[in-house]
Write a protein that binds this ligand. Structure first.
Ligand code: BES
Ligand code: ZN
Length: 512
């Protein structure tokens, strides 16, 4: 309590010293990793971390209060210096930022019900004839229309209007379908709304499939009311690809068994803010989202392969399914793999809540559209074509119609494994890998003597490198790790004195 109060006092004194205009300046709370924090300290030395917490034994996350200018400087610095974009997450308040850092809250962010789809391609007779109906010309039109807004920044009049425009477009397309609703999701702190089109499922409506793209844009030189930020590729192309998939599904009068939601997220470019609210809302309301696909940048063909599967902040089992969709419905396309190295788009918001998410992308990470976040991110600078985005529209349709056409998925039961033995003083024993999927990984011991317990994701722990440790003075120890993506889990037992142990390991297995 005292610490928090002193912090606030110091913050307001600092703001006061910088003058009245500065005191009025709206500030944001962001969490950044070590590399981005180093850049921030260079770009905006006044920004000091309020709280830092170890993510792993090697890497820390820092909670920092920044104003809008500092945030944009950070974004530019990270982009230029680290040769990548962003790398931070935005929070509405200090409390919300602290909650993100806190391991307690992380444990609370498990998927409400773990229900894996079968991923069987069992709707080919309905889907195959629809694939040729998707048209690049319609995608081109949507890209052109969205780029015509001066910008689609999350605070500007044009940014608000772009959201209203998309709501109206989707509403018009869904006319006459009483099973479809189009709503706007209102966010706190800025006027741009996200847009959500929901096709209610017929007999498995509680399981939800999400396809998303962000409707906002940014010019990283600073975006005001009159700044040009056409965002044709980033991310009118994603919205346009989804809109064309939707058009063909509606033309076929497709009625899914699962509920399908199409989303145009607000405020992605300023820290995934719209999608964070929406993914959190789904989690808090225990919505059983069984799969998420993010389309962010689909129309710039800058790499050899057609579609790149991004492997970080995504789910590998669902990614394998997406690859099967490409191989089955677009067999002439080639597939590559890459990663952003940070939560670069809205898929990361869903992954952060424990949902299964994928992001098929236009290029490898370093060969993406060089014009994004500038006035030159235009349709013309993509060669005035939408042929590349068409591949992603087809992929979106096949994802929606394969996952949308299933009955209930299978709840994943806990797997429990038990090991017993003895340890001499100082003896260490490693267990694993335990192939775990989303859920809580828990290791606990009972026995005689004094056993210390360590657990770690991906690689075996040591007594100094671990994600979790429990080292009381008896043989009764317990350690939990929130598994937010498929991973190899390891346990290390150390006999602090000569001991006997029974080790129980409980987790959601990748395969039953
Ligand atoms: N579409 C980009 C992400 C992207 C850019 C992916 C280039 C791959 C290659 C997205 O709109 C974006 O700009 N994201 C921010 C991060 C976000 C947390 C603000 C970024 O990458 O800087
Ligand atoms: Zn962007």
């Amino acid at each position: 309590m005292a610490v928090r109060f002193t912090t606030l006092l110091a913050a307001s004194l600092l703001a006061g010293a910088a003058g009245a205009a500065q005191a009025q300046q709206k500030t944001f709370w962001i969490t950044v990793g070590d590399a981005a924090y180093a850049q921030l300290k260079k770009a905006a030395p006044q920004a000091i971390a309020r709280e830092s917490r170890s993510l792993t034994a090697q890497e820390k996350v820092h909670l920092v209060e920044v104003d809008e200018q500092q945030m944009l400087k950070l974004s530019a610095a990270v982009h230029n210096e680290l040769k990548r974009c962003g790398g931070f997450m935005m929070h509405r308040s200090e409390a919300e930022g602290l909650a993100t850092l806190s391991p307690k809250t992380q444990n609370a962010t498990l998927a409400p019900v773990l229900v894996r789809p079968s991923y069987a391609l069992d709707n080919q007779s309905a889907i195959t004839p629809l694939v040729p109906q998707l048209q690049a010309s319609n995608i081109a039109q949507t890209i052109t229309d969205m780029s015509a807004f001066t910008n689609r920044y999350y605070t500007t009049t044009a940014g608000v209007n772009a959201s209203d425009w998309l709501k109206n477009k989707w509403t018009t397309m869904a006319a006459g379908r009483s099973d479809i609703t189009v709503t706007q999701f209102t966010h706190t702190g800025y006027p741009q709304k996200s847009v959500i089109l929901t096709i209610n499922g017929t007999d498995n409506a509680s399981e939800v499939v999400v396809l998303g793209a962000h409707l906002d844009s940014i010019n990283t030189n600073g975006t005001t009311e009159t700044t040009r930020a056409p965002g044709a590729d980033d991310d009118a192309s994603g919205v346009a690809s989804l809109t064309e998939a939707l058009r063909v599904m509606l033309a076929a009068n497709y009625k899914p068994r699962r509920t399908i939601k199409f989303m145009g997220y607000a405020a992605e470019e300023v820290g995934l803010r719209g999608s964070q609210d929406i993914a959190t809302w789904h989690k808090n309301n225990s919505v059983n989202v069984v799969g998420v696909m993010q389309l962010d940048m689909t129309n710039y063909k800058g790499s050899a392969n057609d579609i790149y599967m991004y492997t970080d902040y995504t789910d590998s089992a669902q990614n394998d399914f997406v690859v099967k969709l490409i191989q089955t419905y677009q067999p002439t396309l080639t597939i590559g793999y890459d990663k952003c190295g940070y939560g670069c788009s809205d898929h990361a918001s869903w992954t952060g809540q424990g949902y299964w998410s994928s992001m098929p992308f236009e290029t490898s990470f370093t060969q993406d559209n060089p014009y994004i976040h500038t006035a030159n991110d235009t349709y013309a600078n993509m060669g005035s074509q939408a042929d590349h985005a068409l591949k992603f529209a087809r992929l979106g349709l096949t994802f929606a119609m394969e996952l949308g056409s299933d009955g209930p998925g299978t709840a994943i039961p806990d797997k429990v494994e038990t090991f017993s033995g003895s340890l001499t003083s100082g003896q260490k024993k490693t267990f694993g890998p335990f192939k775990a999927t989303l859920g809580t990984f828990k290791a606990s011991t009972t026995g005689t003597g004094d056993v210390d317990l360590y657990a770690r994701k991906t690689t075996a722990p040591t007594t100094t490198t671990y994600d979790c440790k429990s080292d009381g003075s008896t043989a009764t120890e317990s350690c939990s790790i929130n598994v937010t993506a498929n991973g190899d889990m390891y346990v290390l037992l150390n006999g602090y004195t000569a001991s006997t142990y029974t080790l129980n390991v409980t987790y959601k297995p990748q395969t039953p």
